[in-house]
Design a protein around this ligand. Structure first.
Ligand SMILES: N[C@@H](CCC(=O)N[C@@H](CS)C(=O)NCC(=O)O)C(=O)O
Length: 363
């Protein structure tokens, strides 16, 4: 497609999420900032999610997921990079820093710091000290215990998540979040710029990467003690977060204009009908790169039945997607599942290996 493709020519884009998910906000903001119309299919915050498991045969248990046509993308890092590569008109410019720039390095490092570097996990530890009804809901705690342990006996007993043990981590988490505010206040934001990247007149990907954890905890009443985190201590950070809130249409003072964010909400059966009836978003030839160490290690080929799951917590043990290998390269692994859709996962943070079921049934 040429760069003059209009958004209406894109395959349908469907976001599966629940609005209070901080990871989902990353995608919602991106779509808003770039003016990409999309459809959302709202999901419960705990399992089961039959819209995904029964209708689409997806085992991945995290939120959000994004489908573009009949391709479904897991993990916000892959989702954002796919959205960046959509062929949109110049009037909807990309949000990432230019290839090869120092700015791109900063953007990537902010992402790694927030997601892999533990800032998000630290922020999550603050939840356990809050007087929040969700954290007293036995169904929610049992669900997240399974998430933390990967299910099975330990998960059923809820061994991994004790509210008291988690609450005890709160003070350390606060110290780390304060360090982060201090870092932003005294480095990138110190010269009074409006956005994370110098000279930018609009928020970009670097802002999304830098803000999403802070934005989340700042919105949770009681999470950040007022004496430790306030506008006097971190004036530049506070103003930048507020500017961002306005830019993404979430400020009460300056709400999004009517018609500005073109979001349609649909039910799961309609969403799966749209996905399964759509064209592939990625139509080109796909290869399994024989130069990849994992391909050599497991002797993978196109069509090998594999399992794919995230490795950053135990949650994958019970939630592995199974399908025939369509593509594997340095960036992603793509499988086609038995419902006939393609599931894309990034290589980073995900594991792929021949399916135990398939190996067993061929013996
Ligand atoms: N690395 C993932 C993390 C996504 C994630 O942890 N999402 C949370 C919600 S904010 C989640 O799915 N929690 C468990 C659940 O909802 O079942 C990404 O970037 O998308």
């Amino acid at each position: 497609m040429s760069s003059s493709t209009s958004s209406s020519e894109l395959p349908p884009i469907i976001l599966y999420h629940y609005p209070f998910s901080p990871y989902a906000r990353r995608i919602v903001w991106y779509l808003h900032l770039r003016g990409i119309p999309y459809t959302q299919c709202l999901q419960p915050h705990i399992l089961p999610r039959p819209d995904l498991s029964s209708s689409l045969g997806i085992k991945y248990r995290r939120i959000p997921l994004l489908s573009i046509g009949r391709d479904v993308y897991l993990d916000t890092r892959l989702i954002l990079s796919k959205l960046e590569s959509l062929p949109l008109p110049i009037s909807q410019p990309k949000l990432s820093a230019p290839a090869g720039s120092d700015d791109l390095a900063l953007e990537r490092l902010l992402s790694a710091y927030s997601i892999d570097g533990g800032l998000f996990s630290r922020a999550a530890q603050l939840l356990f000290s809050l007087d929040n009804p969700l954290l007293k809901d036995p169904k929610f705690l049992a669900d997240r215990a399974e998430f933390a342990t990967g299910g099975g006996a330990a998960g059923a007993k809820g061994a991994a998540v004790s509210r008291e043990d988690m609450a005890a981590l709160g003070p350390e988490a606060l110290a780390d979040l304060r360090d982060y505010c201090q870092l932003l206040e005294t480095t990138v934001l110190a010269d009074g710029r409006r956005w994370i990247l110098k000279g930018n007149d609009k928020p970009g990907m670097a802002d999304i990467e830098a803000v999403f954890v802070l934005y989340w905890v700042m919105g949770l009443p009681g999470a950040l003690p007022k004496g430790m985190f306030n506008e006097e201590k971190f004036p530049r950070v506070w103003k930048w977060v507020e500017r961002f809130r306005v830019a993404v249409g979430e400020s009460k003072q300056t709400p999004a204009k009517k018609g500005e964010s073109k979001v349609t909400t649909i039910k799961g059966d309609k969403a799966s009908e749209m996905i399964l009836g759509a064209e592939w978003n990625e139509k080109g030839e796909s290869e399994v790169d024989t130069g990849e160490a994992i391909v050599q290690f497991h002797k993978l080929e196109k069509g090998t039945v594999v399992e794919v799951w995230p490795t950053d917590s135990g949650s994958g043990v019970a939630h592995r997607d199974v399908g025939r290998l369509v593509r594997l390269d340095a960036k992603e692994v793509v499988i086609e599942n038995d419902k006939g859709l393609r599931i894309h996962a990034p290589r980073h943070g995900f594991r792929v290996k021949p399916s135990a079921q398939a190996v067993a049934s061929s013996l």
